[in-house]
Design a protein around this ligand. Structure first.
Ligand SMILES: Cc1cc2nc3c(=O)[nH]c(=O)nc-3n(C[C@H](O)[C@H](O)[C@H](O)COP(=O)(O)OP(=O)(O)OC[C@H]3O[C@@H](n4cnc5c(N)ncnc54)[C@H](O)[C@@H]3O)c2cc1C
Length: 555
């Protein structure tokens, strides 16, 4: 058997993550190299393990051909069994990813792109939450509800005269076919396109020795990645289990729509699905424990959204403490205290939309020393490291915000950090967040209260959408824009929008925030007339002028 040697190289010319990737690929192409580690472009280093006699000149030539320069720094014999990434060692894989949702897919793909041996374990439906029971089905239903609502408004306004009754079966099956199609094209087909990813169906659990058990198979990997997501949190409200309550998944799959629905909760999922159901003709009341819906958002946005929902006939009650849920015939009876006073609400169904529970239980995480917070979420740092040096995590099972793009971005970064020591950080400072109500809520950065709490001297501008020409032309002036800037530097700290399709407006503010733009930069930028996004410029002008007195195109 040939001996193994470890070579350390100085690499010049790497300026970004792609460079590190190119150098890795170049080194992997050299015959005799069995292991490559480029710990990030910033390191200007590479480590390779060679089997047999591989001349340093051949290695340098491969790196040179890729456009970089490598010089040998050290060369030493290594014990084959101790080879770190298990090529020929005692590990089955370099990276074992647990959970095949968006975060898991991103991690597994990045792992094989880095030339590593990757396995992906999944228990449940391929694709996880977003495509199966989250973003995709909910947005399909929300869009259908919006179309149905608009058609109803036209009847009301005499624009059309006839409206069929809602065909819920057709709505549901269109939603299901979108889910099936996207699961196939974005997950099953993608997995097939990466034959180097070993897919292992089954439930994974860590063993005390650090290996992972799936079924009766013990798997050992150099690094592990947990992307097991979350499930609806079902609080143990007395009587709830016996009465039978819905969660977001079961609501979207009901064989028929209820006549009435009580929604417990006042954040994204509760508001999105509550409004959609109301627009389908269900009588909806939202019961929220906090003094306002969306308690973490700007108060002006919570208030305006509440008014908007109520104008559509959605009941919104805040300050609600739920005490008991019972079933009486076809009805569910919810006994509550509203700001201390007893009250009873009745409806055919109850939706519990009180947040998500991380899927971290029963995984043996305590045994291997992975720290969880009080809600059971895996505590990760910006590099997606857990408290265990060989275990990384991303997505809804962690302390990070629950958005699919955060899960996926974190998955890719974690794979690079785990496998290459790249030291990349997931930057959430300019993270957009959208709630798909109508009007929608879209935000980025700090709220006024958060900015003040962080010690900023804050200036804000509040622009009702009735100042935005596009909104006037569309005869839909619901909503507002609030900008938060650092008064001492004029730098944008946050943008908060309530407007129809606000999700389509927010990315301009995301870019502005990400690249350190000031309110003056927004004022100096050309915005197209008539668009709702022009409201950002008008809001920025609002720091200096009375927007009502502006001429056309914010002149
Ligand atoms: C109703 C609803 C609407 C949403 N809308 C949006 C939206 O519009 N935009 C947005 O950005 N986000 C939205 N989200 C959130 C988004 O869906 C999640 O943030 C995202 O899907 C999380 O991805 P993940 O990879 O962390 O986990 P998941 O996609 O949940 O994947 C986890 C996978 O791991 C598997 N698993 C769990 N435990 C184990 C185990 N022990 N062993 C093996 N496998 C295991 C699970 O079965 C699952 O397949 C919504 C969520 C919901 C519920």
């Amino acid at each position: 058997m040939d001996s193994l040697e470890e070579l350390e190289l100085d690499v010049r010319g790497m300026t970004c993550d792609s460079c590190a990737h190119h150098v890795t690929q170049a080194l992997q192409g050299v015959e005799g190299i069995v292991e490559v580690d480029v710990p990030g472009w910033q390191s200007s280093k590479a480590r390779v393990v060679v089997e047999g006699d591989v001349p340093a000149e051949a290695i340098a030539a491969a790196v040179r051909d890729a456009g970089y320069a490598a010089t040998l720094k050290s060369r030493r014999p290594v014990d084959k069994a101790a080879s770190r990434n298990g090529h020929g060692g005692d590990k089955d894989y370099d990276l074992l990813v647990i959970g095949a949702g968006s975060g898991g897919f991103a991690a597994a793909i990045r792992g094989v792109e880095l030339g590593q041996r990757v396995a992906l374990v999944n228990d449940g439906t391929l694709g996880g939450t977003c495509v199966n029971v989250g973003c995709v089905p909910s947005k399909a239903l929300i869009r259908a509800a919006e179309a149905w609502h608009r058609a109803g408004q036209q009847v009301f306004a005499g624009v059309t005269t006839r409206q069929e009754s809602l065909d819920w079966d057709a709505v549901r099956s269109q939603k299901d076919s979108l889910v099936t199609g996207l699961r196939q094209s974005k997950y099953a087909d993608v997995l097939a396109a990466y034959p180097d990813i070993t897919f292992i169906p089954g439930r994974a659990r860590f063993q005390a020795d650090g290996s992972v058990l799936v079924g009766d198979k013990i798997i050992r990997a150099r690094k592990y990645m947990i992307t097991t997501g979350a499930r609806p949190r079902m609080l143990p409200i007395p009587g709830a289990a016996e009465a039978g309550v819905l969660n977001s998944t079961t609501l979207m799959d009901l064989p028929q729509l209820p006549k009435s629905l009580i929604v417990l909760g006042g954040r994204a999922v509760a508001l999105e699905l509550g409004q959609a159901m109301a627009r389908f003709g269900v009588q909806v009341v939202i019961l929220q424990r906090s003094p306002r819906i969306l308690p973490e958002h700007e108060e002006e946005i919570s208030r305006a959204l509440r008014e908007s929902l109520q104008e559509e006939g959605v009941g919104v009650v805040t300050g609600v403490q739920v005490e008991r849920i019972e079933r009486e015939g076809e009805e569910r009876v919810v006994s509550v205290r509203v700001n201390g006073s007893p009250q009873v609400y009745r409806a055919e169904q109850v939706l519990m939309a009180l947040g998500r529970q991380p899927n971290t239980d029963g995984m043996g995480l305590a045994e291997v020393g992975v720290e969880l917070n009080e809600s059971g979420a895996i505590v990760v740092d910006g590099q997606m490291r857990t408290s265990h040096p060989d275990i990384y995590a991303s997505g809804d099972c962690t302390t990070n915000p629950e958005f699919v793009y955060v899960a996926a971005a974190g998955g890719g970064i974690a794979a690079e950090n785990a496998l290459n020591g790249a030291g990349r950080v997931l930057d959430l400072s300019a993270m957009p967040a959208v709630i798909f109500t109508d009007p929608a809520v879209a935000t980025v950065g700090l709220t006024e209260a958060q900015a003040k709490a962080q010690g900023y001297e804050v200036q804000t501008s509040l622009l009702p959408m009735s100042y935005v020409p596009r909104a006037l032309a569309a005869r839909d002036t619901r909503g507002l824009i609030k900008l938060v800037v650092d008064a001492s530097t004029d730098q944008l700290l946050g943008a908060h929008i309530l407007a129809p399709e606000a999700g389509e407006m927010i990315q301009t503010a995301v870019m502005a925030l990400r690249f350190g733009a000031t309110a003056q930069d927004l004022r100096d930028t050309l915005f197209p007339y008539l668009t709702n996004v022009e409201g950002l410029k008008l809001a920025a002008l609002g720091f200096e002028k009375d927007v009502a007195m502006l001429s056309c195109c914010a002149g």
